[in-house]
Design a protein around this ligand. Structure first.
Ligand SMILES: Cc1cc2nc3c(=O)[nH]c(=O)nc-3n(C[C@H](O)[C@H](O)[C@H](O)COP(=O)(O)OP(=O)(O)OC[C@H]3O[C@@H](n4cnc5c(N)ncnc54)[C@H](O)[C@@H]3O)c2cc1C
Length: 430
């Protein structure tokens, strides 16, 4: 449902309770303006609210209507560190019962019987991650934001049209002429970010000419909480264990024309094409839909910051889903940004000032470059059928399989627990 009021709606059109006095700020001002109410924008607003900072969240669609309309039918593999953040923000509890734990991951290459097996018990007792329905996670985040009605204001529909910085504030003009202002604007408006363009930040884009077909698959064999990643010449095919042990989420990347053809197949044809590529280790398979196709590109912003602007999530870096890490990397942006902003606010510093934003950029650079390089490298290495490359990657898989140190590092990387972590990713309050 759209909000039609001249000023920002105070959450009512999203079903949120009306905000009490958001301290003494006018309705069009807050500590931050967040553009984008996808997974990143909602998580960002919640992390800031928990730190005592207020936000106005702008989206061109009402997030509740988007969830109700099942605009996003995907599931997301949530890493251990992302789960810790969601737990400390109080958003995990509502999705925990429906989340499918991933205990092990098996990586295989088509045409070879060898595989690489990651076992969670190599590094501890915790599952490597959980598969969560995107709609359920957004619903949980929205419910938690409702608890922070005094710090969170929703504006929807609202589309960013112009951005100006004056007298220590960023002013965002919406297409309908409304003006919102804050010391900092956070772009969480996805891979085609308008705020990023308005801030003059350029991007590097790689078109993989691949698209991902997403569906839900019932299978006669128990998945045993094992996630499969099978590399095929057209792209990787992932089957991710859901809570029901005879049901998995499918993310099947293929050359775009092939993906579009596959997506149009009837259920029997789809199952046959899937079994031909994946084999029968999960028994007989049956798609239970709905089905959708997502074009795949790498989009990387040349900077994560500009004058009184910070980028998070896909607006900063949109990755190929080959490693199921896109949102997890965005969660790491959010954890770091929330921490530097909370610390600055506690010290009475300008939260949109250059030193604070530079600190954010500096802390995020290495992780993002590593993730971009690894997902892009894996996509290119595995999405072809050239004989010497095929041989090289099989040797690579065997080496990682046989060297425990490499395996442990890869598992921790997937769990998001490598390196120095900000407080939220350690499961501590911001
Ligand atoms: C097939 C597939 C499978 C994936 N699987 C995984 C996985 O298993 N694990 C994982 O970690 N990641 C995964 N990802 C990546 C993950 O889905 C994304 O990283 C994540 O959804 C990005 O969220 P976001 O909020 O940053 O952007 P988006 O979801 O794109 O949200 C952007 C929001 O901004 C709004 N918006 C856009 N423009 C404007 C504007 N001008 N004004 C106002 N609002 C605007 C939009 O309406 C939207 O609500 C997958 C991706 C794909 C394609």
């Amino acid at each position: 449902m759209a909000s039609t009021s001249k000023g920002p709606s105070r959450g009512t059109s999203t079903g949120l309770p009306p905000a009490q006095a958001k301290r003494d700020m006018p309705q069009d001002e807050a500590d931050t303006v967040i553009v984008g109410a996808g997974l990143s924008g909602l998580t960002m607003a919640l992390a800031l609210a928990e730190a005592g900072l207020s936000s106005i969240i702008v989206d061109r669609v009402d997030p509740r209507a988007a969830v109700a309309g099942r605009n996003d039918i995907r599931t997301t593999a949530i890493s251990l560190s992302s789960r810790r953040l969601m737990t400390v923000l109080g958003a995990w509890q509502a999705v925990a019962d429906g989340a499918g734990p991933i205990h092990d991951i098996r990586v295989s290459d088509s045409g070879s019987s060898r595989y690489l097996h990651y076992d969670h018990s190599t590094v501890g007792d915790e599952p490597m991650g959980h598969i969560v329905d995107n709609g359920a996670l957004k619903t949980s985040l929205l419910a938690r934001l409702a608890d922070h009605g005094d710090r969170v204001t929703f504006v929807e529909p609202g589309s960013a049209a112009a951005l100006a910085v004056t007298a220590g504030r960023a002013c965002l003009t919406l297409e309908d002429g409304r003006v919102l202002s804050a010391p900092l604007v956070i772009a969480a408006d996805g891979r085609g970010s308008r705020v990023r363009a308005l801030a003059g930040i350029r991007t590097t884009t790689v078109d993989y000419h691949q698209s991902a077909v997403v569906d839900t698959i019932d299978h006669t064999e128990d998945h045993r909480n094992l996630a499969h990643e099978r590399f095929l010449p057209g792209g990787p095919l992932a089957l991710l264990p859901l809570l029901d042990r005879n049901r998995s989420a499918l993310v099947w990347s293929e050359r775009t024309a092939v993906a579009e053809r596959i997506a149009q197949l009837d259920d029997a044809g789809f199952a046959a094409a899937l079994e031909e590529r994946f084999g029968d280790s999960l028994g007989t398979m049956r798609p239970v839909g709905p089905r959708a196709v997502y074009p795949l590109t790498l989009t990387l912003a040349e900077s994560g910051i500009a004058d009184r602007v910070a980028l998070v999530g896909d607006a900063f870096h949109a990755l190929h889903p080959i490693a199921g890490q896109g949102f997890n990397v965005g969660v790491r942006d959010i954890a770091v940004l929330a921490e530097v902003l909370a610390d600055a606010a506690r010290l009475g510093l300008d939260i949109g000032g250059v030193p604070v934003l530079r600190d954010y950029q500096r802390q995020r650079r290495f992780d993002i470059m590593t993730m971009v390089a690894s997902t892009d490298g894996l996509t290119r290495l595995f999405s072809n059928d050239i004989a010497p490359v095929r041989t090289a990657r099989r040797i690579g898989l065997s080496v990682v399989q046989q060297v425990p140190m490499f395996k442990r590092a890869a598992i921790r990387h997937a769990m998001g627990t490598l390196g120095t972590l900000p407080r939220l990713l350690r499961g501590e309050p911001v």
